[in-house]
Design a protein around this ligand. Structure first.
Ligand SMILES: [Cu+2]
Length: 368
């Protein structure tokens, strides 16, 4: 780790020991002390004959020798100044459909594309319609839905409708409910949207899924209630798809900070955020400045909504939260597993900014 790091050329054993709380003697440890030496030092710390040396001592960082402080700060500043950075490709946009009688017909293709997840940084992504997240499918309770999927991937695939109560023949699990969709084939799913199944759902590959989904074969599937009054009202909404893996490590809607999209609201608005975790890890999403009111989990309205500022979202889970945009400013919004969000090089990955604009105080309006 030390040798790969351009900023911290020599993170000495002394610093590591200091961080471990053995600062009193740690300062005397020279660079290069291996595990055996560290064990020896730790043992000497617990030796009663050292007497008053056992008292906690101020940690003495010799930063000039170890860290280029200004260089580190400059990298952090450059990342923030670049936000929101422009990249090619934007996923999660509404998918158009055609009506065939009373059936809404959607068309998807699964394609391999070069996906720019940060400015100038690309990865081979597996996508629906060339984007990750795939385009958003949005329907209403009681609709009839048909989806054509053409597989242009080098592997078989299948689509699972995660959270939707579909007939089992349409559930999208190869060999359990259907044959795999081979490369070059087109397959059609058709199912009704059940009443009572409103909320935030997903669609994704269910074949070689740890690879195919994390590479990008995923998307949002929103079911609107037939009666809009059946769910809490809001002024605007955002979807935040969490992913970890090949798409730049950690991503929000297929991008890593500073290429993530900001969430923008006017002061006084109620903002609905739909979280979807398509990754392989949990991600506790933390919004600065204002609490989140959790109103639904996996599409189901909670009998008792609750407030939090950090919401842990496990793989496969969806949550709907409402944020009252009461506090003007630029609020950090990030995964609180901090190595999903920041390094000594600055913020990256699962970080965005929640912007609350205050029209009444022009001078305080953040320039995003
Ligand atoms: Cu995370």
């Amino acid at each position: 780790m030390t040798s790969k790091n351009p900023l911290i050329s020599r993170r000495s054993a002394a610093t590591l020991l200091s961080l471990m709380g053995v600062s009193a003697v740690g300062a005397a440890v020279s660079t290069g002390a291996g595990p055996a030496a560290q064990t020896a030092m730790a043992a000497s710390v617990s030796n009663p004959k050292h007497g008053h040396d056992m008292m906690p001592q101020p940690v003495q960082y010799i930063q000039a020798e170890e860290v280029d402080v200004d260089a580190m700060d400059a990298m952090h500043e450059a990342g923030v100044n670049a936000f929101p950075a422009q990249t090619r490709g934007l996923g999660g946009q509404p998918l158009e459909y055609e009506m065939d009688g009373d059936v809404k017909v959607f068309t998807l293709t699964a394609d391999v594309v070069e996906w720019e997840f940060m400015p100038g940084k690309t990865v081979e992504a597996w996508t629906y319609n060339g984007v990750t997240p795939g385009p958003e499918i949005r329907v209403t309770e009681g609709d009839k839905v048909r989806v054509h999927i053409t597989n242009n991937l080098p592997e078989s695939t299948a689509i699972h409708w995660h959270g939707l109560m579909v007939p089992y023949s349409q559930d999208g699990v190869p060999f359990l409910t259907q044959p795999p969709i081979k490369p070059g084939e087109t397959y059609t799913y058709e199912f009704p949207i059940r009443e009572g199944n409103a909320g935030t759902h997903m669609y994704h590959s269910h074949h070689n899924a740890a690879e195919q989904v994390t590479r990008g074969l995923l998307g949002g599937f929103i079911v609107e209630p037939k009666d809009p009054a059946a769910r809490p009202a809001f002024d605007r909404e955002y979807t935040m798809v969490l992913n970890d893996g090949p798409i730049g490590g950690f991503s929000l809607n297929g991008k890593g900070f500073p290429a993530t999209q900001p969430l923008v609201a006017k002061k006084g608005e109620k903002v609905l955020i739909r979280y979807m975790n398509e990754g392989l890890m949990i991600h506790p999403m933390h919004l600065h400045g204002m609490p989140q009111l959790v109103i639904a989990q996996d599409g189901w309205l909670l009998p008792q909504p609750y407030m939090c500022d950090t919401l842990n979202i496990a793989p496969g889970q969806r949550f709907e939260v409402l944020v009252d945009a009461t506090e003007p400013g630029l609020w950090a919004f990030h995964c609180h597993i901090l190595n999903h969000a920041e390094s000594e090089h600055g913020m990256f990955g699962m970080v965005t900014v929640f912007i609350v604009e205050d029209d009444e105080e022009a001078g305080a309006t953040p320039a995003a």
